[in-house]
Each structure stands twice: as C-alpha cells, then as structure tokens.
Design a protein around this ligand. Structure first.
Ligand SMILES: NC(=O)C1=CN([C@@H]2O[C@H](COP(=O)(O)OP(=O)(O)OC[C@H]3O[C@@H](n4cnc5c(N)ncnc54)[C@H](OP(=O)(O)O)[C@@H]3O)[C@@H](O)[C@H]2O)C=CC1
Ligand SMILES: O=C(O)CCCC(=O)O
Length: 487
C-alpha cells in the first residue's frame, strides 16, 4: 500500500527507535495498524513494552549529559534542520498520517506544517533561555536564578494529531536540554516513527528522542511514571488516563503537564455577524471529523437568531463529502475506530430519544471503514448527555439561550475548561464574557485559535500546563537559586 504512495519509502518505519537504533521488541511481537477508512491492516509495528521502555529511559538519561555540551546555538541549528526536513517531506508525512489516522489529505498537510511550526518556534526559543539576578538582602551576597533542564521527559500522545502533539512536546524538551521517551498512540505509530527518522537525518544525537510503540499502554505508562530517572511526564489524551498518570507520577513527585478532554462551548449572541458565526462554528466543529479536544462541543445560540443559525449551519453541513482521506473529492474522513462510531451513535440516540431534532446526518455510513455522517441536532436541553459529555465526532448539537447570564452558566456547567468561543459585535460584552468563561483559551469572533505562538492548555479537569508560545519552555525547565556570598 505504502509502496505506491510515498516518494521516499524509507520514511515508513515499523520498529521502535531507542538510542538511535531501530529495534524490534524483545519478544519479536508486533501489532497491526489499520486504515480507518477501509478497516484494512496497513502495517505491522514492533510491540514494545516496559522492559524496552526502561532501556529507552536509560539511553535518554545518558544522552542528556552529552546534549548539555551543545551550545544553545548548536541545539537551535539541529532543531531547525529537523524542521526543514519535516517540511521537505510534508506530502509523504501527510500521506502516512491520512492512511493511519483518516483525516483528509489537505488537513494532514496542514497538520504537518502546524507540527513543524513547533519545531521551528522552539529552535528559536532554544536561544532564549535566560536567568535572572535578584535584589539582595545584604551587601555581601548576590542572588542569582538559573534555568536548567528538568531531566528525562516521558511523553504519551494521542491518535487525533499524530504529529503536532508530538512535536509540541519533543521540540520544547530538546530546546530546554531534556531528552524524551515517547509512546505514540497504538492507532498512529507510523507518523511518530517517520518523525524520528527525520530527526535522525537532521543529526539530533542518539538517545535524545526515543519512540516506544506498543499496545501495552498501561505498562509502558507505569514504567514512564515510576522510573526515577524520568523527571517529567507530559500527556495529551483523555481525562481518565490523565488522572491515572498524575496519580502514578505522584509516587516519585514528577512534574506533569496534562492536556486532557474538552467540552468547548460556542456562544452566539443575537448581535453576532451571523455568517462569521456559522463559518466559525462549522470550522471548529468539523475539524478532523470532530475529533479535536478544542472542537465545538456545544453550540449555544441566542433565541433571536436561533432558527436562522440552525438553517444556515445545516445548509453548510449538507455540502460535506464523506470519504477516504486520499480521495480528492473527500472533505471529511472517518472516525478512528469502531468504538468511536459507537460512542457518537449512543450520544446522538440519547439526544433524539429525549426530544432533540435532527436537521442533517445522524447515521453511520454503510460499507467499509468507520464513517459517521456530519450531523446537526437542534432543540437540545441540559438533560441530554450531549450537554455534558465530549462528543469526539462530527455532531453539532445546538442549544438555545435567552440571556447572557444563562449562556455563561450553561457554558461553565462542565468539569472541563479547555477552549470556549463567542460571537458578538458588542465590544464590552466580548470582554465581560471572556473574563467570566472558566476556560484556558477563549476565541472572540474567531475559532481558529491554535498556533505555535500561543499558550495552549486548559483549566479544571482539562489539564494543567501550557504548550507552545514563550511560556512553553517553562514546563521543561527547573529554576535554581544560587546565593553567591563573599569569598
Ligand atoms: N485531549 C485530547 O487531545 C484527546 C482527548 N481524547 C479523549 O479521550 C477519549 C478516548 O480516546 P482514547 O484514544 O481512548 O484516549 P486515551 O487517553 O486512552 O489515549 C491517549 C494515549 O494514552 C495512552 N494510554 C491509554 N491508557 C493508558 C494508560 N493506562 N497509561 C498510559 N498510557 C495510556 C494511549 O495508548 P494506546 O493508544 O496504546 O491505548 C494513547 O497513547 C476520546 O473520545 C476523547 O474524548 C482522546 C484523544 C486526544
Ligand atoms: O488535543 C487536541 O485535540 C489537539 C489540539 C489541536 C490544536 O492544537 O489545535
């Protein structure tokens, strides 16, 4: 399958990557990777476990002491070369991503560029790690703060963004001076391994990046959280697993960064620019077939424009073409697996059973693969599961509200707090509402809020820590205070 599709076939790697070597599992076991658009097996990948992970951690630990000998400028140059290679191989990386993850090729290309932007950004930030000299309480001493790499980083990433979620952890880690052992999602190991191949070609020293693909995620996770050589655990994925990893990390008091589930509301006020609001909600809802933690999960529309909003959004959604991601005609791909299809189906049935109304979609697509039709549902209320639970799929539930206070209360009525959006032309309302929304990120009249230059992250049970931006290095650095007394 890959043979005909990649211009550089050596980007297809199916072994683990430890200490600069491509390795099988000790047991020689492999696991299958599937194309979610067809259900076909597209590769067999080495099934590594806790023992190989321990080896990777030890390699990472040794590599870090070598990496400290590189100047900031040398580290920066290596990261820059990795960025160049990722961009030079954008089409092949996007092909691999579409085949294992399902998103349409244009979106995969966009994600490769987005993922690369974190490498470029942190190549630059690697040169900007500063210390500080503080005022002193006495004449005979000086107080100095230096920043040092926290240590070996254990990273676990999800399948929904198989490149960007990796680069936004590995690039700041390397820039800060840390090495990484990363476990990619079992659904999408091939993108991670191709990235490692390009890092190797860029000259990033052995042991600095280690990739441990494997199906025994809880055992690999236990090794990463229990091993005292690992000083920090960074995770993107479900809140359930994030809590497990935080609890495990507490035993050795590791620093953690958690980017967990979301339940993003889009608040559309009567005074909004309706075209802009429909377009924004559409983009935020259907990106990656709705499988993004900042996807619009609940669309809250004020009563005066409710019917008009529903009919305009429905008309746009009717235009989606569902299909295999490499087909040029497709504008939306499949969900990741059959569990995902079942989960979405259950949430839709619950809402329809309790009186909500379908305006488009609502069905599993017949035939091969894991497709669910792009769907709009209206007239929801707070009793329905869609009001509280994250629907990781192409379903736009539209709720009605009367007043600003009611909309804010509905928006905040969740344990999640990742991203929220609002549409209004009233300047003071945009400030007022932004400040009252209990979320880590708020988009005002804009839903395309992500970039390497902004601090991505949430509050409440959506996690802790921020990725990207000038703050993104902090999670990988320790602050050391040095008190210099008189000689
Ligand atoms: N914030 C986000 O970006 C994401 C949120 N989600 C949310 O989570 C739901 C479930 O998706 P799912 O893929 O199951 O997410 P998970 O949280 O289960 O998976 C994310 C990553 O964690 C790994 N993992 C799973 N269990 C453990 C464990 N006990 N210890 C260590 N690592 C573990 C997975 O490995 P493996 O693949 O090998 O099981 C994968 O690499 C989605 O429907 C969505 O609501 C999901 C993905 C991303
Ligand atoms: O966690 C996710 O679902 C991916 C984040 C997408 C983004 O960075 O915009």
């Amino acid at each position: 399958m890959f043979d005909q599709k990649l211009s550089d076939k050596s980007l297809l790697k199916t072994k683990g990557y430890i200490n600069g070597e491509w390795v099988s599992s000790d047991s020689e076991k492999e696991f299958e990777v599937f194309n979610p658009a067809t259900g076909e097996c597209i590769a067999n990948v080495a099934d590594l476990g806790p023992v190989e992970t321990q080896r990777a951690i030890e390699a990472a630990h040794s590599a870090m002491s070598e990496w400290t000998k590189y100047t900031a400028k040398e580290k920066s140059a290596l990261l820059r070369e990795w960025f160049n290679l990722v961009m030079a191989n954008q089409d092949d990386l996007a092909t691999i991503m579409t085949l294992e993850q399902g998103k349409v090729f244009a979106e995969s290309k966009g994600e490769v560029a987005y993922g690369a932007s974190y490498i470029e950004w942190f190549a630059e930030e690697a040169k900007r790690i500063y210390g500080d000299i503080l005022p002193s309480t006495t004449q005979d001493r000086r107080s100095i703060v230096i920043k040092q790499p926290i240590g070996v980083v254990g990273a676990i990433t999800p399948w929904n963004f198989p490149i960007a979620m990796i680069t936004r952890k590995i690039a700041p880690a390397l820039a800060a001076g840390c090495s990484v052992v990363l476990k990619p999602a079992a659904e999408t190991p091939l993108s991670a391994l191709a990235l490692a191949e390009l890092a190797q070609r860029a000259g990033i020293p052995k042991g600095m990046i280690n990739i441990v693909p494997g199906k025994k995620s809880s055992e690999i996770g236990a090794q990463l959280t229990d091993n005292p050589l690992v000083k920090k655990v960074t995770f993107t994925g479900s809140t359930r697993v994030g809590k497990v990893l935080m609890a495990q990390s507490a035993q050795t008091v590791k620093r953690t960064s958690m980017e967990l589930g979301g339940n993003a509301p889009v608040l559309v006020f009567d005074d909004a620019d309706l075209d802009k609001a429909v377009q924004g909600a559409l983009a935020a809802k259907f990106r990656n077939a709705g499988q993004t933690c900042i996807c619009a999960n609940r669309i809250l529309v004020q009563s005066g424009i409710y019917d008009e909003f529903v009919s305009r959004l429905t008309a746009k959604v009717e235009q989606f073409v569902l299909g295999e991601g490499l087909a040029e005609s497709s504008t939306m791909g499949p969900l990741i697996n059959s569990n995902a299809v079942e989960g979405v189906t259950d949430l839709v049935s619950d809402a329809l059973g309790k009186g909500a109304k379908l305006t488009v979609g609502g069905q599993v697509k017949e035939g091969a693969g894991f497709f669910f039709q792009p769907t709009v549902i209206r007239d929801l209320d707070q009793s329905m599961r869609l009001a509280k639970e994250e629907v990781f799929g192409p379903v736009a539930p539209i709720f009605k509200f009367e007043t600003e206070d009611e909309a804010i209360a509905m928006a905040n009525d969740t344990e999640f707090g990742l991203a929220a959006y609002l549409f209004t032309k009233d300047q003071s309302r945009s400030w007022r509402v932004s400040e009252r929304l209990e979320y880590g990120m708020v988009g005002v009249n804009e839903t395309a809020i992500s970039s390497e230059m902004i601090p991505f992250g949430g509050v409440k049970e959506s996690g802790q820590g921020r990725e990207g931006s000038k703050y993104g290095l902090d999670d990988y650095l320790e602050m050391k205070y040095i008190c210099l007394g008189d000689i």
